[in-house]
Design a protein around this ligand. Structure first.
Ligand code: SF4
Length: 359
């Protein structure tokens, strides 16, 4: 069997420049091709009419253009909400699959994208963690998810586009930072068609300290969300063992403090409330103490159940007391509404295992 040609959208701009130089072409050709791929979304080299016929032929002999293909699609309409949450299962060139979610609200169309296939951090409450880790997604595959979600938006409301992107899908984005940053560049470059403001993009991490430090120095304007789930080291280790041991709370607190003071931007502390585990007033007290050391806001989320899980959703009365305690301590607190729980599209529920193909 002949090996498939390399998918050109898997190359970073730098790799594209190197590949073009091997073909004896100047570097600006790589920039033009990159724009055709990620701004014009060319599906064939023949569409790149700015290139000579000879170069288009050379490219087609060495590379393919393999867009992500949608193999399943689900939607769910929450009670009292006019806009359905939509989840798509996308197939990649190597046969792996990845999930992405469109969360629609009155003023926003948010694309929730994945950064890895599976996740190496294996948090026990998370369906993605149970899949194990297969590989990082390329920048092209991350960008492709955004385009696929954007097509859903345009199909719903012609002329409309995604307004926000969150890296809260499958995987830990800061264990694939190079590709995440490259994808963000594809989506925010000024003369490209998508051209989203970096401020409308949120990177959500378990707290990969060296990469948070890297983001702080990068000058990027993206927002940072950190999944904390407990401000007690031991309890955090029981909830997210790998992440909590590798990135201890004391060092994480320092890194977040440096991040918010050097960028001037608040960090969103994401706190998943689990009934009887991290939802007491003592838990709120230590969370308040931890969060007061840097500029932040706290986002409380309810647990979205997955199969065979020992965890339970917090009682609303306990959540209200928890929230009130934090607010009384002077913290800015919001409660995140969960979208897409009925189709396993909410936080912590994404996993390609067990999804059936249509027909
Ligand atoms: S919660 Fe996030 S970091 Fe933990 S296993 Fe799931 S995807 Fe990975």
């Amino acid at each position: 069997m002949t090996k498939p040609l390399q998918n050109i959208t898997d190359l970073t701009l730098k790799e594209l420049q190197q590949a073009l130089s091997v073909l004896g072409e100047p570097s600006f050709r790589a920039t033009q091709i990159h724009q055709w791929l990620f701004s014009h979304r060319a599906a064939t080299f023949d569409e790149m009419t700015i290139l000579s016929l000879a170069l288009r032929k050379k490219l087609a002999e060495s590379f393919s253009i393999h867009p992500l293909s949608a193999v399943n699609y689900q939607e769910c309409l929450e009670e009292g909400c006019e806009n359905p949450t939509q989840k798509i299962l996308l197939e990649l060139q190597d046969g792996n699959q990845v999930e992405s979610v469109l969360i629609a609200s009155e003023n926003r169309m948010t694309g929730c994208v994945s950064s890895q296939i599976g996740c190496p951090l294996q948090c026990p409450f998370c369906a993605t963690g149970r899949m194990g880790f297969r590989r990082n997604l390329t920048a092209g595959e991350i960008t492709g998810q955004v385009y696929a979600l954007n097509d859903l938006v345009a199909a719903r409301e012609p002329g409309k586009a995604l307004t926000n992107i969150v890296f809260m899908g499958m995987g830990e984005p800061l264990l694939n930072t190079d590709n995440v940053i490259e994808a963000i560049e594809n989506l925010t470059t000024r003369n490209y068609r998508f051209c989203l403001s970096q401020k409308r993009i949120t990177i959500s991490t378990v707290g990969v300290i060296p990469e948070i430090q890297r983001l702080a120095k990068s000058g990027m304007k993206t927002k940072l969300a950190v999944s904390l789930h407990s401000a007690d080291q031991q309890k955090r280790e029981s909830l997210m063992p790998i992440a909590a041991r590798q990135y201890p709370l004391a060092e994480l607190g320092k890194a977040l403090s440096e991040y918010s003071s050097s960028t001037g931007m608040p960090v969103t502390i994401v706190y998943l409330l689990l009934r009887g585990i991290n939802d007491s007033l003592d838990d709120a007290k230590i969370l308040a103490k931890f969060s007061k050391t840097f500029l932040c806001k706290i986002n409380l989320i309810d647990y979205n159940s997955i199969n065979n899980s020992k965890f339970k959703t917090v009682y609303s009365a306990a959540r209200e007391l928890f929230q009130q305690y934090l607010m009384n301590a002077g913290l800015h607190v919001t409660v995140r509404k969960s979208y897409g729980t009925n189709i396993n599209a909410a936080c912590g529920q994404l996993a390609t295992v067990g999804i059936q193909n249509p027909q």
